[in-house]
Design a protein around this ligand. Structure first.
Ligand code: SF4
Length: 365
């Protein structure tokens, strides 16, 4: 059961002076009216009844959008004062916002402290200077280290957001970025594969042939490896990939082919498959050369003596779809690669989320 809920409030960054190549804020904000103080209260009031009696322990009001601390300070105060009022009444528990690393200074942090904000997420995107430059981010990696330290020193929870596949990015640079993020040790992280949205400079670069997006497979591989590094470091990855509602228009607003509405499912499925396969190999001793029972052909592991085996794969209920894989991809993968094994996929409620167990049920001659 979900014990944590977020009330998202989109704050368009009107007049953002930056021009990040992937961002369509200017188009979005051109169509939107600035949010009024009353609008913030209205959104919270609309959400709260839907969250009651559901065993939810923590409700966060989260200001998303452009760069919260880049908007005029009196406007920040207007929005924060509404959120704080709900926090004071015990109707929400946390105030969460996202911003740029170069929009953090002592005055801004003092203001956020005054209104009891809890979580500050930084849009880092990359720790590689060339990627930052080609993406026209307008800040350096140094500003990320500096802002992160200031945020943590003031007692806020820190979040870091990274993008994958920006102009000039490579697999190695993405891995380097995530390792730098781990060194900073944020509480939370988000991973966003770059997608090409119309009305952006990135779209024009793509049209001119100056930017080649990652394929979906490349995006999955890089993001999966970054995700593993984060979870191994104990960092809570709260989002992977944009939702179809994240200010993007699925009806033609995206191009380039690597957008997937269930991107996290793809990543979790890949990780489940790798995990299951490792356990399977350990059980069968496939790479025990002395045994010589299995031959590793190109895409198939063949049992020489034709012994039919029955293997059970187990996960808890919530992780079952990851175990099976997106569109049954894992099920099909194992059935094709191990033709001498009959696989069953089972629920074991005693297992933790994203934990998998493999069991040799019986071997038949
Ligand atoms: S990503 Fe943020 S900083 Fe960059 S242009 Fe968009 S709103 Fe401005």
């Amino acid at each position: 059961m979900k014990t944590h809920a977020i009330i998202p409030i989109f704050i368009p960054h009107l007049g953002c002076p930056n021009d990040c190549v992937f961002c369509n804020q200017k188009t979005i904000t051109a169509r939107l009216q600035p949010l009024q103080k009353n609008d913030v209260a209205d959104i919270i009031e609309r959400y709260l009844p839907t969250l009651s009696n559901r065993g939810i322990e923590t409700i966060e009001v989260a200001f998303y959008g452009g760069s919260f601390t880049g908007i005029p300070i009196d406007q920040q105060e207007e929005y924060l004062s509404v959120a704080k009022m709900y926090k004071d009444r015990g109707m929400i528990q946390k105030i969460h916002l996202s911003t740029r690393p170069d929009y953090i200074d002592n005055k801004i942090l003092a203001n956020l402290t005054k209104y009891e904000a809890d979580i500050i997420e930084l849009g880092v995107q990359s720790f590689d200077e060339e990627v930052l430059k080609l993406s026209n981010r307008g800040h350096s990696r140094e500003s990320v280290y500096r802002a992160s330290e200031m945020i943590k020193n003031c007692g806020f929870e820190l979040g870091l957001q990274l993008m994958i596949g920006l102009p000039g990015d490579t697999y190695e640079k993405s891995i380097l970025s995530v390792k730098e993020a781990v060194k900073i040790n944020p509480s939370i992280a988000r991973l966003y594969p770059t997608i090409i949205i119309k009305d952006t400079e990135l779209y024009d670069m793509y049209q001119r042939g100056e930017y080649i997006p990652l394929t979906l497979e490349e995006a999955v591989r890089t993001t999966k490896d970054m995700y593993r590094i984060l979870i191994d470091a104990g960092i809570n990855v709260i989002r992977i990939g944009l939702k179809s509602t994240d200010n993007i228009n699925e009806n033609g607003g995206i191009t380039g082919g690597n957008y997937h509405p269930a991107f996290r499912q793809l990543i979790e499925s890949e990780i489940a498959r790798e995990n299951l396969e490792k356990q399977l190999h350990d059980i069968l001793g496939i790479y025990n050369i002395r045994d010589q029972e299995y031959i590793d052909r190109k895409d198939q592991i063949v049992c020489q003596n034709n012994n039919q085996k029955l293997i059970g794969f187990y996960s808890n209920g919530p992780s079952f779809s990851y175990m099976i894989g997106n569109r049954k991809s894992n099920k099909l993968y194992f059935e094709k690669k191990y033709p001498h094994i009959n696989f069953t996929f089972n629920v074991d409620s005693s297992l933790e989320n994203q934990t998998y167990r493999v069991h040799l049920k019986e071997a038949r001659q």
